[in-house]
Design a protein around this ligand. Sequence first.
Ligand code: SAM
Length: 215
Amino acid sequence: MRLRNVKGSREMIAAYEGVINEPQELKGKWAKEFGNNNPIHVEIGMGKGKFISTLAAMNKDINYVGIEKYSSVLIRAVQREENSEEERPSNLRFIRFDAEYITDIFSENEVDRIYLNFSDPWPKDRHAKRRLTSKEFLKRYSAILSKEGSVIFKTDNRDLFDFSLEQIKEADWELVSYTYDLHNSEFVNGNVMTEYETKFVEMGKPINRLECKMK
Ligand code: SAM
C-alpha cells in the first residue's frame, strides 16, 4: 500500500465518530462500547476497509474492530463510511494502532476472531518477528482470544504462508484448515474479498487461506 501523506488525515480520522482515539481505555470494556455482548471480530491491517465494512453490514450480531497502523491508509476507510448512503454501522469501529501492542487494547477472552488479510510479508529473515503470523504475534493473540477463538489468514504470498504454517506448529497451535487455492476450494463460499485480494485474483494468482486456534 502506498503511504502518501494524506494532508490532515489524522485530524479527519480523529473527528470521525466510528474511530476510537484512545483504544487503551477500552481494554476489557468493549462490550460496553458496543452496548451488547455480541462476539468481537478484529481485522489487523485493514487497509482501506472494504472487507470489514462489508462484514459489518452483513452480520449485525457481530461487533467488528478494524486496526490499521497508518492514518494515511485508515482515512480511506473513514471516507468510505462517510460517503456511504447507509447510517454509520453501530457494530463497527476503527483504530489507528500498531498491532504489536494489541494486548494493550483487548483483555483476556475479549476477542472471538482475528482476520489477517494480505499482511505485509517482511521478506528479510531479521524482520520475521514483525510478520503478523509470527509466533511472537500468535502469543499476543493467545492473550486476547476466547477459548474457541481463531485466526483466519489469507495471502497471495506462498513464502509467508509456508512460514505461517511452521509458526503455528512452533507455537503449538492447532491448524483447523488450510488451502493453497481458496478460490477453487470449499472456503470460497461466503468469502468476502479484500482490495488486495481482488487485484491478485484478477492477475490469476492463487490465494492461500488458513484458520488456526489455540489448543
Ligand atoms: N488487508 C488489506 C487488503 O487485503 O486489501 C490491506 C493489505 S496491506 C498489504 C497491509 C496493511 O496492513 C497495510 O495497510 C499496513 O499499513 C497494515 N499493517 C501492517 N502492519 C501493521 C501493524 N503492525 N498493525 C496494524 N496494521 C498494520
